[in-house]
Design a protein around this ligand. Structure first.
Ligand SMILES: [Zn+2]
Length: 146
């Protein structure tokens, strides 16, 4: 194992711990029934485990089957991405299969034009200011401030 690998793995674990603490706290504030857990992965593992291929690789995604937010790279963990994916979790909690139908029926549209994505973008903007300090406090505690 190289020094770089150890450094990357330590950072990944710290980023994951920070993201999970943040999601737990925000979920309490927003009354999320079943808060998702967060897994932060290195790009190669993310692409392999989740089956993504260039050029269609997202920075993050929410999987309703295991109620998990997957983040593709430790250094991109940030509050907006986490809020965005938490919104997808809420959409699923609220509408279940209907939400999926809605999402799948719009797959032909550009990402930013899909209703489900627009909702999450609004959600991000609505809460970002309110939770900025919470994220900064947690990210600082785990040493993953950008
Ligand atoms: Zn999205």
């Amino acid at each position: 194992m190289s020094k770089t690998w150890i450094g990357e793995e330590l950072y990944r674990r710290r980023a994951e711990a920070a993201a999970n603490e943040f999601i737990e706290k925000i979920s309490k504030i927003l009354n999320v029934k079943e808060p998702p857990r967060v897994r932060v992965m290195l790009p190669k593992q993310f692409d392999e485990e989740l089956g993504f291929k260039e050029p269609n690789v997202p920075a993050a995604c929410y999987n309703f089957i295991d109620n998990t937010i997957y983040i593709r790279h430790p250094i991109i963990v940030d509050r907006k991405i986490l809020l965005h994916e938490l919104c997808h979790c809420l959409q699923w909690e609220e509408k279940g299969l209907k939400h999926l139908e809605e999402a799948y029926s719009q797959l032909h549209l550009p990402h930013c034009q899909r209703t489900t994505e627009r909702e999450c973008k609004e959600f991000e903007e609505m809460f970002d200011g309110k939770i900025k300090r919470l994220w900064q406090r947690i990210a600082k505690k785990y040493g993953v401030l950008p």
